[in-house]
Design a protein around this ligand. Sequence first.
Ligand code: ADP
Length: 162
Amino acid sequence: MITGIYPGTFDPITRGHADVIARSIRLVDRIIVAVALNPGKEPLFELAERVELAKIATQDIPGVDVEPFDGLLVEYVKNRGAHAIIRGLRAVSDFEHEFQMALLNRKLNSHLETVFLMASEEYSYLTSSMVKEVASLGGPLHDFLHPQVAERLTARLHVRRS
Ligand code: ADP
């Protein structure tokens, strides 16, 4: 049973994330989507809500589990008996940060591999930040988010404004 861990902030999960998950499940038997607490990024959604939305957005993909996680990624990967970290790559701008993180994680555990996947090109520009901006300006979200995630984002921004 080969397990991959896909860590991220998922604030909120987009169709780009879901596309990476759907692709990665062709390579491994099980994917754990590890939703990081990541207070440094000051997420819009609470951790429990990001987990819930990730579950909703991946419910039709078999072999996916979603869990919250906090702490050192290499420890989490070891505790879960996982074999690889999955990350997504968009434009060249993602590369440097991802490269640094992959090498740092390898330094912390030399047996750990990071596998990079590209989402479909229609999502290659998509970021959670961009989606939140479109939502705050009242733009259409269907192409970017699962309908229930879009609904929750719109509601959250509405509450924030009022
Ligand atoms: P983090 O804060 O860890 O970067 P994100 O939720 O922003 O968390 O992203 C998690 C991972 O998914 C990262 O590797 C990121 O590059 C990747 N990712 C996000 N959106 C896309 C996308 N549209 N296409 C490909 N990869 C993506």
